[in-house]
Design a binder for this molecule. Structure first.
Ligand code: FAD
Length: 472
C-alpha cells in the first residue's frame, strides 16, 4: 500500500533537496508522467517530482519514502520505449537531471566517472575531447547515462563493441533504505563475491538509484565507411549477415532496412539514400585503422554480398555521403513515429533473423496490418513497428482505430511466441518496463521470475522502487 505524501512529508523532502527542487504543479508534473512509448494512455502523473543534486540528497529522499511506503520512480532522459520511468503507482518521480557532471576522464586507466544525469551526447563529447572513445551509441543521444545502465542499452554498434554492460566497471547505487553502495571500480577484473554491479545493470530502476558510473573507454578508431547493399528478397539479404561474421569480419554495425521507411525518411529530412533498387537493404558500417585495411574489408564484404545475390553495392566513402546515409538510418523512428503504436525489440540468434522476419511478414498479411521491420541484423535485434497507418505510395495513410487496435495485442503475442520458439527474448535492449510485463512469462519460466522477485525483496523489502515494472 502506498502512503499519501502529507504536508509534513513534503516539508521533510524540501528540507533534504531544497523547496525549488520539489514540484507538484500539475502543469509541470505532467511532463514527468510519460516516456517515448507511443500510446500515451499508459501515462501517469507523479504526486511529486523531486530533483536531488547529490548522492546524499538521493539517499535522504529514499530514506523518507522507504519509511512511509511511498513509491519512487527514477527518471533519466525519458527516452525509454516501454514505459519504464512512468510512475504507475504515483508517488515520487526522482529525476536525475541535476546530477549532470562528468566527474573525471582518466586517460591512463581508460576510464571515465560520470554522474547518472549526464546526457549521452555530453558524455561522448567529453570523452572525445580527451582523445578517447565511448563506442555504445543507442539511437537517442538525450538518454542519460543512468538510464542507459538501468536498461543495459545497446544500439547498432553493439555487434562489434557490445552493449552498455560491456563498459560499466563501477556503479554507485543508493538502495531504497538509503544505503550508498560502491560496486566495482576502475577495475578490469573482479572475482570477489557475487557481482551486484551486473545485477543492477538492466534492472530498470527496480533495485535502487544509480548515482555514479565508472565506464571503460577505448582508443579512438581510425576511419569509418558505410556500404549500402540492396537485395531483391529478404532471405538472401539476411543470410548474408552470418556469412560476413563467419568469414571473420566484424563490422561496426550491420543494419537491415526495408525500402518503405527509407522513402518516408528521405521525405521527412530531405536527404537522399543512395539507391531505390530492391526491397531489403543492408547497411554495413566498417571501422578500420588504415585506408588499406578499410579497402580490404570493404572488398571482402562486397564480394560476400554479391555471392548472396546483392543487386549492387554502394559505398559512402566521403564524410558527406556517410553523414547522409547515417542521418537517414537514425531518423527513421522520427519519420514514422506519428503512425507507430509500438516498437518491438525482439532478439533472436543471428541465424534466426531471416526466419523471424519472414514470420513478421506472414503476420502482417494475416492481420492486414503494416509492420515495417528493420534493426540490428548482426546482433539479432529486430525492431518491428506495429502501425496505425498503412503505407501507400510514399505516404502514411491513417487506419481507423477500430481497425488497428484489436490487432495490436494478437500481433505482439504471435511475434513474441515466434521469438520464444527461436530461442529469443522479448527485449534485446529496451527493457520490459510496463508494457512488456504481461509477456515476460512467454520467455522466462516461473522459477526464474520467482528468483528475480526474491532478489527484488532483498534490495527493496518495502517495494517502493519503481513498483509495477518488469513483474508484479
Ligand atoms: C529515437 C530513439 C532511438 C532509440 N534507440 C535505441 C537503441 O538504439 N538502443 C537502445 O538500447 N535503446 C534505444 N532507445 C531507447 C532508450 O533511448 C534507451 O532505453 C535508454 O537507455 C533510456 O535512457 P533514459 O535516460 O532516457 O531512461 P528513462 O527512459 O528515463 O528510464 C528508463 C528506465 O531506467 C530507469 N532509470 C533511469 N535512470 C535511472 C537511474 N539513475 N537509476 C536507476 N534507474 C534509472 C527508469 O526508472 C526506467 O525504468 C531509443 C529511443 C528513442 C526514442
Amino acid at each position: 500500500m502506498s502512503s499519501p505524501i502529507t504536508p509534513a512529508v513534503r516539508a521533510e523532502i524540501e528540507a533534504a533537496v531544497g523547496p525549488e527542487n520539489v514540484i507538484s504543479d500539475p502543469d509541470k508534473t505532467v511532463d514527468y508522467g510519460h516516456d517515448e512509448f507511443s500510446m500515451k494512455e499508459i501515462a501517469h502523473e507523479p504526486d511529486l517530482v523531486v530533483r536531488p543534486g547529490s548522492t546524499a540528497e538521493v539517499a535522504a529522499v529514499l530514506r523518507i519514502a522507504d519509511a512511509r511506503g511511498i513509491p519512487v520512480t527514477p527518471r533519466g532522459g525519458a527516452t525509454g520505449l516501454c514505459g519504464g520511468c512512468v510512475p504507475v503507482r504515483g508517488g515520487i518521480v526522482l529525476s536525475l537531471e541535476r546530477m549532470a557532471r562528468v566527474l573525471e576522464v582518466d586517460a591512463d586507466n581508460q576510464m571515465a566517472v560520470t554522474e547518472a544525469g549526464v546526457r549521452l551526447a555530453d558524455f561522448a563529447k567529453a570523452v572525445e575531447e580527451s582523445g578517447l572513445y565511448f563506442p555504445p551509441h543507442p539511437g537517442d543521444e538525450s538518454a542519460m547515462m543512468g538510464g542507459l545502465v538501468a536498461t543495459n542499452a545497446g544500439g547498432s554498434r553493439a555487434v562489434k563493441y557490445g552493449t552498455i554492460r560491456n563498459y560499466v566497471r563501477g556503479l554507485e547505487l543508493v538502495t531504497p533504505a538509503g544505503d550508498i553502495l560502491q560496486l566495482g571500480g576502475k577495475l578490469e577484473k573482479s572475482s570477489t563475491g557475487y557481482n551486484l554491479m551486473h545485477l543492477v545493470i538492466g534492472s530498470e530502476g527496480t533495485l535502487g538509484v544509480v548515482t555514479k558510473i565508472v565506464l571503460h573507454l577505448k582508443a579512438k578508431p581510425g576511419i569509418m565507411r558505410s556500404l549500402v547493399v540492396p537485395f531483391e528478397a529478404l532471405e538472401p539479404a539476411l543470410e548474408t549477415v552470418p556469412l560476413i561474421m563467419k568469414r571473420g569480419i566484424v563490422p561496426l554495425a550491420v543494419e537491415f532496412l526495408e525500402i518503405e521507411p527509407i522513402v518516408l525518411t528521405e521525405e521527412h529530412i530531405h536527404k537522399k539514400w543512395p539507391t531505390k533498387l530492391g526491397r531489403t537493404h543492408l547497411l554495413v558500417i566498417l571501422d578500420a585503422p588504415s585506408d588499406e585495411e578499410m579497402d580490404r574489408l570493404s572488398q571482402a564484404v562486397a564480394e560476400i554480398c554479391c555471392e548472396k545475390g546483392a543487386i549492387d553495392v554502394f559505398i559512402a566513402d566521403t564524410p558527406s555521403k556517410q553523414d547522409e546515409v547515417l542521418a537517414i538510418r537514425s531518423k527513421i523512428y522520427d519519420a514514422i513515429k506519428a503512425g507507430t503504436v509500438e516498437i518491438l525489440d525482439i532478439a533472436v540468434p543471428r541465424a534466426e533473423v531471416a526466419g523471424h522476419v519472414r514470420k513478421v511478414r506472414e503476420v502482417a498479411e494475416k492481420y492486414g496490418i503494416w509492420l515495417p521491420t528493420f534493426g540490428h541484423a548482426a546482433d539479432g535485434n529486430v525492431h518491428t513497428h506495429i502501425m496505425k497507418v498503412r503505407y501507400d505510395n510514399g505516404a502514411m495513410v491513417p487506419v481507423p482505430e477500430s481497425e488497428w487496435r484489436p490487432k495490436a495485442d494478437p500481433v505482439r503475442e504471435e511475434l513474441f511466441r515466434d521469438c520464444k520458439a527461436r530461442g529469443g527474448v522479448i527485449s534485446g535492449e529496451h527493457g520490459i518496463g510496463l508494457v512488456k510485463k504481461p509477456y515476460l512469462s512467454i520467455v522466462l519460466d516461473e522459477r526464474q521470475i520467482e528468483i528475480m522477485r526474491g532478489i527484488k525483496r532483498v534490495f527493496d523489502p518495502h517495494g517502493i522502487m519503481n513498483p509495477g515494472k518488469i513483474f508484479d
